[in-house]
Design a protein. Structure first.
Length: 275
C-alpha cells in the first residue's frame, strides 16, 4: 500500500508539472482563454486521470510482457540486428533511427486500429470532446497491449536492449502529451519534420474531411508518403470526439469496446442464421 501511495503521489506531482507547463504554453499562445476550464473539460480530465490509474495497474503486466515478447521474437527466428551493430554509433543517431522505424510500424498499426474490428478499442481514445494533454492517457488497455507489442517487436528487430526500449517509450510519451495539448502550433518550416499539436488535433477532429488522416505519431512524412496527410490550418476551434461517443465517464469508457464487440458478434450470428 505504501509503495502504491508513493507511486500515486509521484504521478500526481508529475501530472501537476505537466499541467502547469502546458497551461503556461497555452496562455502564451491563446491568452486568458487558456485559463478557462469549462465543465466538459474538467469532466474529460477526470475521466482521463481515472483511465490513467487503471492503465497504471496494467503497467506491471507491460513489464511482465516485454521480456516474453522479446524472447518470442527470437524464438520465431525473426531477423534482428546484433547489438554490436550499434557500437560507435552516437546515441542521438541511434535514437532517431529507432524512432523512425517504430513510427513507421506504428503508422500501420494506427491505421489498423481505425478498421471496423479494432475501432471500438481505439474509439475510446478518440471519444474525448475536449482534447488536451491528458487525452493521451485516454487509451483502452486492449489497444495499449497492441501498441506495446509494436514497440517491443520493432525495437527487438533493431537489436535494442530492454532498458533502451523503455527509454524510447519515455521519449514518445512526453511527445504525445505535447501533441495532445491545447496548442495550435504547426512548427512552421518544420511542420513536415515533427508531428505538431495542430497536425494531431486534425486527426482527432470530428469533421468528415479529416477522418482517417494524420496517422503518424512522430514523423508526418509517413502521411505524406501514403496519402493520409491533412492540415488545412488552425484547428484549435475544430470540434473533437466521435459521433457516437460513449458517455464521458470511466466505467462507460472501459466497457465500451466489449459492448461494441458483443453487438458485432450478435450481428454476425444473426447474419449466419439468415443465410
Amino acid at each position: 500500500m505504501q509503495v502504491w501511495l508513493a507511486g500515486l503521489a509521484g504521478q500526481a506531482v508529475y501530472l501537476a508539472v505537466l499541467a502547469a507547463v502546458f497551461t503556461l504554453l497555452a496562455f502564451l499562445s491563446r491568452g486568458r482563454a487558456a485559463l478557462t476550464w469549462p465543465k466538459t473539460l474538467r469532466q474529460s480530465a477526470l475521466t482521463n486521470f481515472l483511465i490513467l490509474q487503471f492503465a497504471s495497474l496494467n503497467g506491471v503486466l507491460y513489464l511482465v510482457l516485454i521480456a516474453p515478447l522479446a524472447a518470442g521474437y527470437v524464438w520465431l527466428g525473426l531477423p534482428a540486428l546484433e547489438a554490436s551493430a550499434w557500437d560507435g554509433v552516437p546515441l542521438a543517431v541511434k535514437a532517431l533511427a529507432a524512432l523512425l522505424v517504430y513510427d513507421f510500424s506504428l503508422y500501420w498499426v494506427h491505421r489498423m486500429l481505425h478498421t471496423s474490428v479494432l475501432w471500438p478499442a481505439h474509439a475510446v481514445h478518440h471519444s474525448d470532446p475536449e482534447l488536451h494533454f491528458l487525452s493521451w492517457s485516454r487509451g483502452h488497455f486492449t489497444e495499449q497491449f497492441v501498441i506495446a507489442a509494436c514497440l517491443v517487436f520493432t525495437s527487438s528487430w533493431m537489436g535494442f536492449r530492454l532498458e533502451e526500449i523503455a527509454g524510447l517509450a519515455l521519449i514518445k510519451g512526453l511527445h504525445q502529451y505535447y501533441v495532445h495539448s491545447k496548442l495550435d502550433w504547426d512548427h512552421g518550416i518544420f511542420r513536415d519534420v515533427l508531428v505538431s499539436p495542430q497536425f494531431h488535433r486534425w486527426h482527432h477532429a470530428n469533421v468528415p474531411e479529416a477522418y482517417d488522416k494524420n496517422f503518424a505519431s512522430i514523423f508526418p512524412v509517413f502521411d505524406r508518403m501514403f496519402g493520409t496527410y491533412y492540415n488545412s490550418g488552425s484547428a484549435i476551434d475544430v470540434p473533437t470526439g466521435i459521433a457516437d461517443a460513449p458517455a464521458n465517464d470511466f466505467l462507460t469508457q472501459t466497457l465500451y469496446p466489449f459492448r461494441k464487440w458483443a453487438a458485432m458478434l450478435q450481428a454476425r450470428k444473426a447474419g449466419l442464421r439468415a443465410a
